[in-house]
Design a binder for this molecule. Structure first.
Ligand code: ZN
Length: 367
């Protein structure tokens, strides 16, 4: 009798043992090849992002968008490529000089030269200095005559507020689809903040800007394009971009901004050549720039816990803290942690901080 015999049970044991070995092996093999496939896709997408950035699309904003799309959905290759194409198209238009809403208009190049100036402007905005030796030796850079109406309206001798123990929340790169969430949290705690904006001139963007303004927050200029390579090419290029953003904010809100924040901060890898002249020119025009001394690192991909800890550790020893955050379409983590950050600032148990918006009466925090 084979069934029930010792031999039978031996065979059962051997069979089960073999199954126990074979089944995990098969699973390992299947999962291993799936992982290798995903890894290959991953590498491919990374390479595409790398190429894309290398091809001159080095704006952090664009890279962030691409990277978050990439992270959110590795399989959404179509979405990724579509986005890349959209950027390519706008880059193509800019490079080909095709006029679009964002392109500088001819009116930007119409200059009224100051009476004492001997410079002339061609239709395209190029400056031609005449042969008068006085004008050549006057030492006044030609860009000072660009946009004669682009001056900030701030008092000459500002007496700064005595603002010890103040915290200033600042949001760069907005408005975005999350602007309303930010405004809601600020409202809930009855606090004011500062938005350094990237207006695109669209109806949606204008409506969001108007909401920020109506709530009494400060709006400062960030940039129109956020393309480091372009805006830091020269003082003229920076002014051109700034003017576009400045006009858009004015059109949307009626506000003439006095404050601004340089994309990437006043000291960055892209503005080494023009930095000194640029800061001098913007200051000459009365505009006041703010950098930051607390960085949530939200746009660098920090998790909300990291953001929270960054604020706690960097703020606690500051008498005045200017906190860098972002209001951009990839910025969901910022929204998730914003209320906790506000709560910590107000009631951290160690120091009493006030939260307020930046104005020209706040002593600038600069690198
Ligand atoms: Zn920015």
């Amino acid at each position: 009798m084979y069934f029930g015999s010792v031999r039978f049970f031996k065979h059962v044991i051997v069979f089960v043992t073999i199954l126990l070995i074979i089944i995990p092996c098969v699973f390992c093999f299947i999962l291993g090849s799936k992982a290798a496939e995903l890894e290959a896709d991953n590498e491919k997408l990374k390479a595409e992002i790398g190429e894309y950035q290398l091809s001159g699309h080095q704006s952090r904003y664009e890279a962030d968008e691409l990277f978050s799309l990439y992270k959110e959905n590795l399989e959404n290759k179509d979405g990724f490529l579509k986005l890349a194409f959209e950027y390519d198209e706008s880059m193509y238009k800019a490079a080909a000089g095709i006029e679009s809403e964002t392109a500088p208009t001819a009116s930007d190049a119409v200059i009224t030269a100051a009476p004492e100036s001997t410079a002339e402007f061609t239709h395209s905005g190029t400056i031609i200095l005449n042969d008068d030796p006085d004008s050549i030796n006057s030492g006044v850079p030609a860009y000072q005559m660009l946009y004669p109406e682009l001056y900030a309206d701030v008092p000459d001798n500002i007496v700064y507020n005595d603002d010890m123990d103040y915290v200033y929340l600042t949001f760069d790169d907005g408005p975005s689809k999350y602007t309303q969430n930010i405004l809601d949290y600020l409202d809930a705690y009855n606090i004011k903040a500062t938005f350094f904006v990237v207006p695109d001139g669209s109806e949606e963007s204008n409506a969001r800007l108007k909401k920020i303004a109506d709530k009494g927050h400060t709006i400062g200029i960030h940039t129109a394009t956020h393309e480091y390579n372009k805006i830091y090419e020269s003082v003229e290029a920076y002014l051109e971009d700034f003017k576009i953003a400045y006009d858009r904010v004015y059109d949307a809100t009626g506000i003439k901004c006095n404050l601004f924040r340089f994309p990437g901060g006043s000291i960055n890898d892209y503005n080494t050549e023009v930095r000194e002249e640029l800061i001098a020119e913007m200051t000459r025009r009365g505009f006041i720039y703010f950098d930051w001394n607390v960085d949530t690192s939200d746009a660098l991909g920090a998790t909300w816990t990291e953001m929270y800890n960054n604020v706690r550790t960097q703020t606690i020893d500051k008498n005045r803290a200017v906190i860098l955050m972002h209001d951009y379409n990839g910025g969901w983590n910022t929204i998730l942690v914003l209320e906790d950050i506000i709560k910590w600032i107000i009631g951290n148990g160690k120091r009493t901080f006030h939260i307020d918006k930046l104005t020209e009466y706040v002593k600038p925090v600069q690198f």
